[in-house]
Write a protein that binds this ligand. Structure first.
Ligand code: BT5
Length: 270
């Protein structure tokens, strides 16, 4: 068990890992700009599917759309995985949704409260963000070369150490469970669950995964606002389609697909 501020136990991590594809090679870094950037460089130089990059801290942790991810040393989990899925670029968002299921299932076993997936890439507990996913693809028009799957989880991140910008919107597993959480055990379970869910996606296709995803989606049938790059739209959240897009229904019953954006609930979830 890691105490607060202790490093990850790399040996235990490697010995304990039972996976088919992920984590056969693990790159541990004490500090990096961003595990996603590091993994992308590896992938561009021929890095293999399943290679994992884990860092104790990030100086330039990335969120979506140029946002940043607060990444202090030895508190949390910051990892990226190289994936080379046999999917068309159109279906690459399925990787984010598959990962959200794996992440929610992992988090669920460390805390007494149910986690919620906030489309497309956040895990919330009690309305606060405990983890985020950043998937970045490299593709040509009809071919996906690789996907870098990046995950950040707030593990032993006390509220008083959080910068003010996130103090009221973020939480951590320690805060939620009332005890220090073993980061090595969490990382192990996360990689194993990702390995399993990735296999499920490949073996059984997206519909089965989408059903599990819906179990963690609490805004079904609820009114939401979606902030997109160029406009905001409001409507009732229906769910996701086969490409992982969010389906929104307006007052006239017209449905539209949203492929990217930030969801803001306008009424409480179920
Ligand atoms: C995300 O973006 O939620 C994706 C976060 C992915 C982070 C991982 S860490 C390992 C890998 N390597 C990287 O460089 N990144 C990935 P987005 O939905 O855009 O949310 C970003 C927003 O979340 C920020 O603008 C803040 O408001 C908030 N935020 C930043 N750091 C946070 C934290 N540690 N906990 C909770 N919220 C945070």
């Amino acid at each position: 068990m890691n105490g607060l501020g202790e490093p990850l136990d790399c040996e235990m991590f490697e010995k304990g890992l039972r996976t088919r594809r992920l984590g056969k090679k693990i790159h541990y870094l004490s500090e990096v700009d961003s595990t996603n950037l590091y993994a992308r460089n590896l992938a561009e130089e021929g890095g293999l599917e399943g290679e994992v990059v884990i860092a104790e801290s990030q100086s330039r942790g990335k969120g979506r759309l140029g946002r940043s991810w607060v990444s202090p040393a030895k508190r949390n989990l910051y990892l990226s995985v190289i994936l080379r899925p046999k999917l068309s670029p159109l279906h690459a968002p399925q990787i984010t949704l598959m990962s959200a299921v794996a992440l929610a299932e992992t988090i669920q076993s460390f805390i007494p409260l149910p986690p919620e997936i906030k489309w497309p890439n956040d895990i919330l507990v009690g309305g606060k963000k405990v983890a985020g996913i950043l998937t970045e693809s490299s593709c040509a028009a009809d071919r996906l070369f690789f996907v870098i799957l990046g995950i950040g989880v707030n593990v032993n991140f006390p509220r008083e150490e959080m910068p003010e910008s996130i103090r009221d919107t973020a939480t951590s597993l320690m805060t939620l469970s009332g005890a220090l959480v073993d980061r090595t055990a969490l990382a192990l379970q996360l990689i194993q669950n990702l390995d399993r869910c990735y296999g499920d996606l490949e073996g059984h296709g997206f519909p089965a995964m989408a059903e599990r995803w819906s179990g963690f989606f609490r805004l079904q049938g609820k009114r939401v606002k979606v902030e997109m790059m160029d406009q905001d739209v409001q409507g009732k959240a229906i769910g996701i389609d086969g490409d992982g897009a969010l389906i929104l229904e307006d007052e006239t019953g017209t449905r539209r697909r949203i492929v990217a954006g930030d969801v803001i609930p306008l009424e409480p979830g179920r």
